[in-house]
Design a protein around this ligand. Structure first.
Ligand SMILES: [Zn+2]
Length: 619
């Protein structure tokens, strides 16, 4: 998933992971240039500005991508320093362009194309500093301090200090006691979140002042402006989607609560009301797949095969796994990866140095210098990740003839959704098609519930979380949530959307939001909600085009050139057109909707409703 912030800097590399604590080049705030002159510019001047900006940004992006690549694949003090220097230059450029674009936005007679590019530039920075002397420096310092505080954050387990990635893993270990989960949850939120509050309050003030200078009501409104519709309309669209998928979430919540009650008893998890947030296998209760063994349906929980074992048995090594991923796209009619992909990618972890292992996909020259950076192991997760990362690469290449400012997904949910949609296609049928799975070993229909429930524990459980992170921030930025109520509002929204409660009483001066990476990291989050929904829309569309008639989650469109052609029609548009145009090119629909996700999980919903019969669902 995208972690990078500035739209300008995004073009080269896409890092993946809504859960990740590992930030790539963060473009935070930066020194702003002097205020633009007050005379009304002409359309010709706006066009000239765009031409110059695209050229400068294109050239910079290539140098920057090389620097970031070298840093990520060879971590030293020196490569860190150079990467930080280029990050700062990129941010400076983004801010300069955003302020300039705000000026030209008022020029009369702008072409739709120039207008679109100006808007992209104007919304191209996440945290704009105002031109007030000292504001940019202060904002930069705060943003850096918050990120560093998160990165160094520690909790405790059995009274002993434990770092962020270890505590994340331990929250997913199903062998701890409720008291241990509560200790980890409380210590992490108290020690990491709480000290950030004063800084965050100030950050909001400064960023709002910067957003106003760019012509937005507040920073949240600026974030909601990147979706080809007025900010209020976009907020309403996310609400519509949420209402479509909420009944499925509620059913999963109810069933999971019953299972947790059976395991832990009434004293820990009651049969009714909200779920204790620390019992769901994840520090933020955002994905629940780790506790799948506790909820697996009797008899259908085990698929009977493991993709990692199948790969081992057929003698796959990491390169062969990537070749299999390439073969998936080739089967749809996409051209083979360039020869340089194989010589320049980092497919396995080098033995002699530190690297960033977090998977990412790159197009270093914005043309065809495609690469992935992984530390691939021969297992099921990495096989999925390869298909996902290559989705980014094929998207990047498909839109490589677009002008620089359109070298991006149709909106920020699309890029992740492509990779995830392809990863959804790793079905038993596909594994048979590529000769990994013996046709006789295809799980029978009675395993469907296990397959679907495992998926739902991650993908459905995530939905309210994906929504509420920015809903909370929208309220913080527009002032409807006051600093004194930051934590109360956070806890209340966690209850309202996710139906969860903290394991212990929270003081009003806590700052639990800060205990989630993307808050101190200032990464907009609605994109992850959109990606979760879009991937099912893409998948359903592909399966329909392929004439699939069986259960949706069993579908494979491997080898279908018509699907590939339609997919390419969407991908090659990049960000050149409003996203509904792109969505329509592939799916035939202009509407982002939760209906495809609901169709995918329909057999599970039916089964959950049976399991939940007689239970007091809801909270
Ligand atoms: Zn990704």
């Amino acid at each position: 998933m995208h972690i990078m912030i500035s739209r300008l800097a995004v073009a080269a590399a896409l890092a993946c992971g809504s859960m990740s604590g590992a930030a790539l080049a963060q473009s935070g705030p930066a020194p702003a240039p002097a205020k633009a002159s007050e005379t009304v510019p002409t359309a010709a001047q706006a066009q000239a500005f765009i031409t110059a900006a695209e050229k400068e940004a294109f050239d910079f992006s290539i140098d920057n991508a090389r620097v970031q690549w070298i840093n990520a694949t060879y971590l030293t003090e020196d490569t860190d320093a150079v990467a930080a220097e280029f990050g700062a230059r990129g941010t400076e450029m983004s801010v300069r362009f955003a302020l300039e674009a705000a000026k030209y936005d008022k020029a009369p007679g702008l072409s739709p194309d120039v207008k679109r590019k100006l808007d992209i530039l104007r919304t191209g920075i996440v945290l704009p500093a105002p031109t007030t002397p000292g504001a940019a420096t202060e904002l930069n310092e705060i943003a850096t301090r918050l990120q560093s505080a998160y990165g160094k954050g520690m909790g405790t387990l059995d009274g002993k200090p434990i770092n962020g990635s270890d505590i994340e893993a331990e929250m997913g270990n199903i062998n701890h006691t409720p008291a241990e989960y509560a200790e980890m949850w409380k210590s992490w939120h108290d020690q990491v979140g709480k000290p950030m509050k004063a800084d965050y309050v100030r950050l909001v003030e400064i960023a709002n002042a910067g957003s106003k200078e760019l012509g937005f009501a507040d920073t949240g409104a600026m974030w909601r402006s990147g979706y080809d519709m007025p900010p209020a309309e976009f907020a309403a669209l996310t609400e519509k989607i949420w209402q479509e998928v909420k009944p499925l979430y509620d059913a999963l919540h109810c069933y999971t609560r019953t299972k947790l009650n059976e395991k832990y008893g009434d004293a820990v998890q009651k049969k009714t009301g909200p779920i204790r947030a620390d019992l769901l296998g994840n520090m933020w209760a955002q994905e629940w797949g780790n506790i799948y063994p506790l909820v697996a349906p009797a008899g259908s929980g085990d698929l009977g095969y493991d993709v990692g074992d199948l790969l081992e048995a057929k003698g796959y090594d990491p390169v062969k796994m990537v070749k299999a991923g390439e073969n998936f796209y080739s089967s749809l009619g996409f051209a083979a990866l360039p020869a340089t992909f194989w010589t320049r990618s980092q497919i396995t972890k080098p033995r002699d140095r530190d690297v960033v292992c977090h998977a990412s996909a790159w197009d270093v020259d914005n043309k065809d210098d495609l690469r992935i950076k992984m530390c691939t192991k021969v297992n099921s997760d990495d096989f999925t990740t390869i298909h996902h990362e290559l989705g980014h690469n094929y998207y990047q290449r498909a839109y490589n003839k677009q002008p620089y400012l359109y070298l991006n997904g149709a909106n920020d949910g699309f890029h992740e959704a492509i990779g995830d949609f392809v990863a959804l296609s790793i079905t038993p049928k596909y594994l048979v098609d590529i000769n990994l799975l013996d046709p006789a070993k295809v799980p029978s229909a009675d395993k469907d519930l296990g397959l679907l429930l495992r998926q739902a524990m991650d993908k459905v459980a995530f939905l309210p979380f994906g929504l509420l992170i920015d809903r909370w921030r929208w309220g913080v930025f527009d002032g409807s949530i006051k600093p004194a109520d930051y934590n109360k509002a956070w806890t209340q929204m966690r209850l309202q959307y996710q139906g969860i409660v903290p394991p212990v009483e929270r003081p009003d001066d806590a700052f639990d939001a800060g205990a989630k990476f993307h808050i101190p990291g200032n990464t907009p989050y609605t994109r992850y909600f959109l990606a979760r929904v879009l991937q099912f829309q893409f998948y359903e569309a592909a399966c329909k085009q392929a004439g699939w008639t069986g259960p949706l989650h069993r579908c494979s469109f491997f080898g279908n050139k018509e699907v590939g052609a339609k997919l390419n029609a969407m991908l090659e548009m990049g960000a050149s057109k409003p996203w509904p145009d792109a969505l329509q090119a592939f799916t035939g629909s202009r509407e982002m909707s939760g209906k495809a996700l609901i169709n995918y999980f329909a057999p599970l919903k039916k089964w959950l409703d049976q399991q939940n019969k007689g239970k007091a669902c809801g909270w």
